[in-house]
Design a protein around this ligand. Structure first.
Ligand code: NOJ
Ligand code: NOJ
Length: 592
């Protein structure tokens, strides 16, 4: 949807009209400070316009976040849907600002919570509320399921939504209001806890693999803060489950860093280099101001995050004509990944903002800690700003600290200056800008682009969000082998990795004398799909048939029920993933 400046203004509140005066002034002054001052209120208004009943989200239920008002031809794309990922990231921004006393978004937040509660309950192509449906990536804006073909599931959504909701609940303090949010938060956390090791599409909705760096990082965060939140709600059983699973996810997170390559490889299983802004987004959305420069969680000032930042940013230096004039070590426009072909493969605003945000977060931490540590891993990153720097810790009293922080601040501002250059005076921000000449491309008024601008501005101003519990974490020493995604339908099975889980199958079925129930499925313990080796269930009270089968932890398996006498197969096949440790129960009712 393309709007002239005037129609944007007429659709918006007086707040934006006031801002408009500043915009004109600021463009003349140029400079990043002026850009931040003028763009920030526009970005917030841009977000609000796209949340029902906002001026650019016509047809959206209250609290539904529209990805972009574009609705297909003549618009370049159809983004008039609500994605769980985009929505949750956008709400996190509003919740952080409200929590910090920088705006009152309570009506929007309440609407979003109510809408979330309804959307969570929808049966959709990924499943129902407790059978995988929370991994459905997007919905129609009238809160009905989207049933067309799509890359599903995308398992970052429920994690991001839990993080936003927990941040909000925590801000409510120990009131009944926080408890009222718990059931919905628990649904998301249970999903993450159960399915984090399942096959997933990445955040760009393209790569279907056993894991994606951003997805794993935000899952870890959600489970970690979820464990704390569940405990505060008195749900110690869930707290223990989430904490145990979080350890497994933290183990898995480590497997993306490839020390020999010197960067975080974004996805499991694909033919790309793996250099991807996915990993920069992972760091900024799991930044914890209390976690120092910890490498285990890719904190923005960790050597891993900085080394990776350089590799990812550098990967865009030569492929975009737009970047050709930038000297080494200067900011450039940042895309998704170098093999990208979507709209020809261009820089994205969210990623260019993210490159800046990671550096602002790092600067915040170095000031807070009072030193910068350069390691062999991060050396090349720091050499961009000082050719003579060597691995060591540089206290804030040192001249190295002063010159490095100044240079890195300039570098970070450089990314904002690039975004500024391709954002018109109206302040509108699309998804992409042309790799050749910077013209805005693809979806217009992208909600996530506005939010990414605002969170980068917040990081620059030192408005950091609350700690989520990343401080002092150590990677468990007994990490299991990484889970493997299953193959296509029918076959499959991961390689497991956790300890053996006692899986209890409960099957409710009315049978007649002589009939018996069996289970068969995608691993030896379940008879490997054969009829002869199918596992018999034992009849119990109330028509519930039961069997306990030891299955490896972290294992994705599929099963079918059979009726022994009639050899009648149930049509639906069930997929489940055993947890990392503990026990697991599958309840089901025989369908004829
Ligand atoms: C391809 C893009 O690369 C992806 O990010 C997008 O979500 C889908 N097309 C749908 O528009
Ligand atoms: C395409 C992006 O790749 C994806 O991350 C996003 O969720 C959708 N567009 C909606 O903005």
């Amino acid at each position: 949807m393309r709007f002239a400046v005037c129609s944007l203004l007429s659709l918006s509140s007086t707040a934006l009209a006031l801002v408009h005066g500043d915009v004109k002034l600021s463009r003349r002054q140029s400079g990043v400070d002026a850009f931040v001052t003028s763009e920030d209120p526009i970005a917030i208004q841009g977000v609000l316009n796209n949340i029902g009943p906002g001026s650019m989200s016509k047809g959206a239920k209250p609290g539904v976040v529209v990805a972009s008002p574009d609705h297909g031809s003549p618009d370049p794309v159809d983004y008039l849907y609500t994605w769980t990922r985009d929505s949750s990231l956008v709400l996190k921004l509003l919740i952080d600002r409200q929590t910090q006393g920088r705006g009152d978004f309570s009506t929007t937040i309440d609407n979003w919570r109510a809408s979330t509660g309804r959307i969570q309950q929808l049966d959709n192509p990924s499943g129902g509320p407790t059978t995988g449906g929370l991994g459905e990536p997007k919905f129609n804006i009238d809160e009905t399921p989207f049933t067309g073909a799509w890359g599903r599931p995308q398992r970052d959504g429920p994690a991001l939504r839990a993080t936003a909701a927990i941040t909000y609940a925590n801000s409510l303090g120990a009131t009944g209001n926080a408890s009222a949010l718990y059931p919905s938060i628990k649904l998301d956390l249970d999903y993450v806890s159960q399915y984090w090791n399942g096959q997933t599409f990445d955040l760009w909705e393209e790569v279907n693999s056993a894991g994606s760096a951003f997805t794993t990082a935000v899952q870890h965060r959600a489970l970690r803060e979820g464990a704390k939140f569940a405990a505060a709600q008195g749900d110690t059983a869930s707290a223990t489950t989430y904490a145990t699973q979080a350890d497994g996810v933290l183990c898995y997170l480590q497997t993306y860093w490839d020390a020999s390559k010197g960067y975080i490889v974004a996805n499991k299983n694909n033919g790309r280099t793996g250099k991807d802004a996915n990993t920069i987004l992972a760091s900024i959305h799991t930044f914890d101001p209390a976690a120092g420069c910890d490498a285990a969680t890719w904190q923005p000032c960790s050597d891993i995050a900085l080394a990776n930042h350089k590799v990812v940013v550098d990967s865009f230096r030569t492929i975009y004509a737009l970047n050709s004039a930038a000297p080494a070590g200067a900011a450039v426009a940042v895309g998704r990944y170098l093999e990208d072909g979507y709209f020809g493969g261009n820089p994205w605003f969210i990623n260019t903002f993210a490159a800046a945000e990671l550096l602002y977060d790092a600067l915040f931490q170095w000031e807070k800690i009072g030193s910068i540590t350069v390691t062999n891993t991060s050396l090349a990153f720091f050499q961009q700003f000082s050719s003579t720097i060597t691995p060591a810790a540089y206290p804030s009293s040192s001249s190295e600290f002063t010159s490095l922080t100044a240079a890195i601040k300039t570098y970070a501002d450089g990314f904002l200056a690039i975004a500024q250059k391709y954002i018109p005076a109206s302040g509108e921000i699309s998804e992409q800008f042309s790799r050749k000449d910077g013209t805005q491309m693809s979806a217009t008024y992208l909600t996530w682009s506005f939010a990414a601008a605002a969170t980068a501005f917040d990081a620059r101003a030192g408005h950091v969000s609350a700690s989520w519990g990343a401080s002092g974490l150590t990677v468990p020493t007994d990490c299991p082998p990484a889970p493997i995604n299953p193959g296509g339908g029918g076959g499959g099975g991961g390689n497991g990795g956790g300890s053996t889980i006692e899986v209890t199958f409960h099957e409710t079925a009315t049978t007649t004398t002589g009939e018996a129930l069996f289970i068969t499925g995608s691993l030896d313990a379940l008879g490997d799909w054969s009829t002869e080796n199918a596992v018999p269930l034992k009849a119990g009270a109330n028509n519930v048939w039961t069997v306990v089968v030891p299955i490896p932890g972290n294992y994705i398996f599929e099963c079918k029920k059979k009726n022994g006498t009639l050899e009648k197969e149930e049509t639906n096949q069930h997929q489940a993933t055993t947890p990392y440790t503990g026990t697991y129960t599958l309840n089901d009712t025989w369908q004829n």
